[in-house]
Ligand binder design. Structure first.
Ligand code: SF4
Ligand code: SF4
Length: 360
């Protein structure tokens, strides 16, 4: 049954309200391997042969899925790396469907095989999300270090032809900003919404290579303003409808985590550890351990994460821009090795946000 977008939004909203503070949404990393090698990617931290050693077995993944089901999880998203690279992807996907999850798949789509397409046709996912960062093979090669442009674009077309819902996101960097209008045109030619994001942070192992291709803060603000924020990016961004000026002022809380992380959602890492967000990799709760449950992990982690407070005289502690800033302890940790340290790029971004949105 195909549900209309508006009806789905209502359904999702009501369910989130009714659920309250429960673990109803999960994203699970099946692998950190990916056929693309983008400089901005935060997850490419192992060479492929080593990455495979960190992956769970089919049985372990199914056990975690069972634990999610037992906790009342409704939305299950396969993510990575690229989950389609796993040999058992179809088996895991069909298991998620069997358990009755609303199932999404985040993939490069350069890995879509005829067999996987057949599985999606027979039992469609709720949606598939892919990141397309170029409109030409030349830029695609520069961004991904591969020649898989036609493969990815062909896969998007094949899914759409078979009425399988696809969402495309675009990571805008110095490498592809010159092509942004062409990418928008291509995405919209498929009847899809153009969803650019300008947010980039360091890799999970602290490698700051991705940060080198961030847009200049002025350009990032311009792109966000002219092309729209990627809405799911996070819940506390100053969107047009919010008055930035009302969010400026000394923070009234000493808490480190100021976002809605852990409200309804959680993340399972490639090693089977539960965390509260994809970027904040500590504290963890081991979901593989016998007797450990999703519910216990969710509330334990939430308690720990939301009681983390500033202990040092970090510039961010009393910063009047903290509520409009893209700084957060997770991003700070990856970039500086400290959950409290300020990040110059975010300071500049905050200043530009104020210049752009607060009228003199
Ligand atoms: S902790 Fe940081 S990265 Fe994680 S959801 Fe919150 S703002 Fe986003
Ligand atoms: S990163 Fe800079 S602007 Fe952002 S909260 Fe910290 S000191 Fe303030």
């Amino acid at each position: 049954m195909v549900i209309k977008q508006e009806e789905y939004k209502d359904f999702s909203w009501v369910l989130h309200q009714k659920a309250g503070h429960k673990p109803i949404v999960v994203q699970m990393e099946l692998t950190l391997r990916c056929p693309l090698h983008c400089q901005h990617c935060y997850a490419e931290i192992y060479p492929p042969k080593e990455a495979i050693k960190h992956e769970l077995s089919t049985k372990q993944i199914k056990m975690i899925m069972d634990k999610c089901k037992a906790a009342g999880t409704v939305w299950f998203c396969f993510t990575g790396g690229d989950p389609l690279l796993r040999k058992d992807f179809i088996e895991l996907y069909l298991y998620a469907k069997e358990l009755g999850f609303i199932t999404s798949v985040f993939t490069s789509l350069a890995t879509l095989t005829p067999k996987i397409l057949e599985a999606f046709k027979k039992s469609p996912p709720f949606d598939i999300e892919t990141t397309l960062n170029a409109a030409t093979s030349k830029t695609y090669k520069e961004v991904t270090q591969t020649n898989l442009f036609e493969k990815q674009v062909g896969a998007i077309r094949a899914l759409l032809k078979n009425n399988i819902p696809v969402r495309v996101k675009t990571q805008v960097t110095k490498q592809n900003v010159g092509e942004i209008d062409k990418i928008k045109e291509l995405v919209e030619s498929w009847g899809l919404k153009f969803r650019p994001s300008t947010m980039i942070h360091a890799r999970l192992n602290g490698d700051t290579h991705p940060c080198a291709i961030r847009l200049d803060p002025k350009d990032a603000i311009r792109i966000n303003k002219n092309y729209g924020y990627f809405e799911e990016e996070e819940s506390r961004q100053p969107r047009e409808k919010l008055e930035v000026k009302d969010l400026i002022g000394k923070p009234n809380s000493n808490k480190l985590v100021g976002c809605a992380a852990g409200g309804h959602a959680f993340w399972v890492t490639v090693d089977g550890e539960m965390v509260i967000c994809s970027t904040l990799r500590q504290p963890v709760y081991d979901l593989l351990k016998k007797g450990h449950t999703v519910e216990e992990g969710f509330y334990t982690l939430n308690k720990k994460v939301h009681s983390m407070c500033f202990k040092t005289q970090s510039r961010c502690r009393d910063c009047k821009y903290r509520r409009i800033c893209k700084w957060c302890p997770a991003r700070a940790y990856l970039e500086t090795g400290s959950v409290e340290k300020s990040v110059d790029y975010y300071c500049l971004l905050a200043e530009e946000t104020v210049k752009e949105y607060v009228k003199k």
